[in-house]
Design a protein around this ligand. Structure first.
Ligand SMILES: *Cc1c(COP(=O)(O)O)cnc(C)c1O
Length: 403
């Protein structure tokens, strides 16, 4: 493990040319001062920083995966099924069950994480001279997919409650005329889910701006399984919108981040466009086997998700009762995900560092002053609560002494 990766991205023009690590190579100028993603991978007892499911796979899940991988190993001399028909079948089944919307295998696409799915979307529908639009604050990877596909990246602002105002969204679409619109719902890092009326308003605005070829609207539902009761999924809009795509992942609710499986649902003609840009055999036979094995245990995994949702609601409620070092009550964003954004702190880095000193790693991300904590096991959440109480108390003393 590389223990010292940082998430700093240097501002393009700041460093003189000779400090680029790519000195002497014909690197694309817009990459010359970039750093690779990402989140610090530190060896700490309580990891609440990248929204993973805190529960390791159960023994019966491990056994199924091992059996299926052994079976796949028997034909690893052959390339895998390029179009992974069996996996698409089972993902369609799962999605139909989870969302209550009938789903055909030809409407499903998959790749090595929804990150790669999103790259396929931008390869097919973005590109030079084209624009991708999103609503900030949002997922920090989106601008990187845009950069890597030579797509212009534009953001409009979310409101103070981190929602998206439909009228302002429509105005931004009319102004920038994007070919791709990325909507994370529930959003990362805020946890905010969008009402379907907002997604529909954005779909309407895309059609009004360019009736012949409206923008592809991607609703990134990486955290959909954690949504609160009554929060709908955009999957229910697919039948009426040929330019809509909904992405999902097995990395979060499915407790399978290490397997790298993400997927997308859309009408089959949109999926066909993604098939054009994917690398041949991008989804290995081993990956396909692991995903199918895990899907067989979906009932047990979904029960676990429901307990994580309860922990999340408890954490939101507890955080709302706390006061920051300055004495003001903490602000806590509503969350339909498996993490909570809270703040605001005059010195958020001090809070992050204080927690790390207590063995709890969270994420310093989001708007100024906010921090994001992933929902862990009940024991991990208790450790986080105790550590945060200590850290705020210590910082309160500092504030008083220097006042
Ligand atoms: C975690 C996350 C994903 C999932 O990425 P994978 O590549 O599937 O692991 C996608 N979108 C958002 C907003 C996320 O936070």
């Amino acid at each position: 493990m590389i223990a010292s990766r940082t998430e700093t991205r240097s501002a393009g023009a700041a460093a003189p040319a000779e400090t680029t690590p790519f000195r002497g190579l014909p690197i694309r100028p817009e990459l010359a001062h970039e750093q690779p993603y990402g989140a610090p991978q530190l060896d700490v007892p309580v990891l609440l920083n990248v929204n993973e499911n805190p529960y390791a796979p159960a023994p019966e899940v491990i056994a199924t995966i091992a059996r299926e991988v052994a079976a796949a190993a028997a034909s690893l001399n052959r390339y895998p099924d390029r179009d992974f028909a069996a996996l698409r079948d089972e993902l369609a089944d799962y999605l139909a069950l989870e969302s209550g919307v009938p789903m055909e295998p030809f409407s499903v696409w998959a790749a090595n994480g929804s990150n790669e799915v999103m790259l396929h979307v931008l390869q097919a529908f973005g590109g030079p001279g084209r624009t991708a639009l999103s609503f900030a604050p949002t997922y920090s990877m989106y601008p990187e997919y845009a950069r890597d596909t030579h797509t212009r990246w534009v953001t409009a602002r979310r409101e103070d409650d981190f929602g998206v105002d439909p009228a302002k969204a429509a105005a931004a679409i009319a102004e920038h005329r994007p070919s791709v619109i990325l909507l994370a719902s529930p959003n990362n890092p805020t946890g905010t889910a969008l009402p379907l009326s907002t997604v529909e308003a954005i779909l309407d605005a895309a059609s009004a701006t360019d009736p012949a070829t409206p923008a592809v609207v991607v609703v990134d539902e990486a955290y959909a399984e954690f949504r609160r009761a009554g929060t709908p999924s955009a999957v229910s809009l697919l039948a009426r919108h040929p330019n809509l795509a909904v992405t999902r992942t097995m990395s979060k609710a499915f407790a399978l981040a290490g397997a790298r499986v993400g997927y997308l649902a859309a009408q089959p003609h949109l999926v066909d466009a993604l098939r054009v840009v994917r690398l041949p055999y991008h989804l290995s036979a081993v990956t396909q086997a692991v995903a199918r094995a895990a899907l067989r245990h979906r009932d047990a995994l979904m029960a676990q998700v429901s307990s994580l949702r309860g922990e999340r609601d408890g954490l939101v409620a507890w955080l709302r009762e706390q006061r920051g070092p300055g004495g003001a009550p903490l602000r806590v964003a509503d969350s339909d995900a498996n993490f909570v954004l809270f703040g605001t702190f005059a010195d958020r880095h001090a809070v992050w560092q204080g927690l790390l000193d207590h063995g709890v790693l969270i994420r310093e991300t989001g708007p100024d002053g906010w921090l994001r904590v992933s929902v862990g096991t009940p024991e991990e959440n208790a450790t986080f609560r105790d550590a945060l109480t200590d850290v705020i108390q210590a910082l309160t003393h500092v504030t008083e002494e220097t006042a």
